[in-house]
Design a protein around this ligand. Structure first.
Ligand code: SF4
Ligand code: ZN
Length: 347
């Protein structure tokens, strides 16, 4: 049986059914709809004002590749300029190939690219060195916790170097739903209380961050990359199989099979769970070492690095008081909860 006609243009044959709505669309109408939906997310959420210099966290993976491509299409209408910022975590056999994909994208799309490296920013520490250091501490499964904290810092630093006013990352709806599940499973009330908005406004001097693909499903991100013939890197990081996020992902797939709206339901439930600002823990102060936003004497990145430099990495990522507080000088009683990583979705 021939494919039905596209439900939008009524001319071309449909190439897919949209996973959520079941609407049959041709490739041209699907890509146009996808881009229009991202535009709507950005405009309705007032995420990127005209004149913004936007640092796009570029990992070479599908999400950040699609994000950079779509924003490049939308940039003239939004009145923004783009700068790719890639982070080299120092993961042998993985990151070099991913960075090669980012370099090809920058060249093809004529976008400026800046690469910042953990080794340069964090006193010689690479993720491979962190993995070796944590291997003997019973914490080798925590690579993504270290990496998530350090990468957030590295991306912020890269964005500042290029004069960016905003940071965007490629997290999609599935990534966000996984994060909500992980926060529940860890009992991380602090993160649940802050909710799951489309980004953060830039507290404490940090640059505003947002996730324009947060309402786009993973399946549609992959379909968009396929139909636009985007060149991206799809291998998994060598440390990813250890990540807790993988279990949340499996759980989410089971939920979605039983209830197709489960992903978006979780994304929106995070918004509804957010507490009013007055009911949240006190606003964070500044790290006594680097000045970054911190809810303890040291920010997460400095505390992790301190533990690594002392050769006691497990103290740096332990839970609550047995963790960061043992490392440094407790400035005041702190809300408990481990530093939370954003493991697999690079940007
Ligand atoms: Fe870092 Fe991602 Fe690899 Fe984890 S999976 S170590 S967060 S690059
Ligand atoms: Zn710090």
């Amino acid at each position: 049986m021939p494919a039905p006609r596209c439900a939008s243009c009524h001319k071309a044959r449909a190439a897919l059914r949209r996973p959520r709505s079941g609407q049959a669309l041709c490739t041209t109408c699907f890509c146009a709809s996808f881009e229009a939906e991202v535009l709507h997310t950005v405009v309705a959420g007032r995420l990127l004002p005209p004149g913004a210099v936007v640092a796009v966290g570029a990992s070479g993976g599908k999400d950040s590749t699609v994000l950079a491509h779509v924003l490049r299409e939308l940039a003239p209408r939004l009145g923004i300029s783009l700068h790719l910022v890639a982070v080299d975590e120092g993961i042998g056999g993985y990151r070099d190939a991913a960075l090669a994909a980012v370099r090809r994208q920058a060249a093809r799309w004529e976008l400026p690219l800046t690469v910042v490296a953990y080794a340069e920013l964090f006193g010689g520490w690479t993720m491979d060195a962190v993995a070796r250091s944590t291997a003997g501490s019973g914490r080798s499964r925590s690579c993504c916790t270290f990496c998530g904290v350090l990468r957030r810092r590295a991306l912020e630093e890269g964005a500042r170097r290029v004069g960016a006013t905003h940071v965007v990352t490629g997290h999609n709806a599935d990534d966000m739903a996984e994060t909500v599940l992980m926060n529940f499973l860890r009992g991380d009330a602090g993160r649940l209380a802050r909710g799951g908005g489309l980004g953060s406004p830039g507290e404490g001097g940090a640059l505003p961050r947002c996730r324009p693909l947060q309402l786009a499903s993973q399946k549609e991100v992959v379909l968009y990359a396929h139909f636009r013939r985007l060149d991206y890197f799809s291998e998994e990081c060598v440390y990813a199989p250890e990540a807790f996020r993988g279990h949340a992902r499996d759980l989410l797939k089971l939920l979605e099979a039983a209830r197709p709206s489960a992903v978006l339901d979780l994304v929106h439930s995070a918004e509804r769970l957010a507490l009013a600002p007055a009911a949240r823990p006190p606003p964070p102060g500044a790290c006594s070492r680097c000045g970054a936003l911190a809810s303890r004497a040291l920010c997460q990145a400095c505390a992790l690095l301190e533990g690594l430099n002392r050769g006691r990495p497990r103290l740096a990522i332990g839970k609550g008081r047995r963790g960061l507080d043992e490392e440094g000088s407790p400035r005041e009683p702190q809300p408990s909860g481990p530093p939370t990583s954003e493991p697999i979705p690079g940007f």
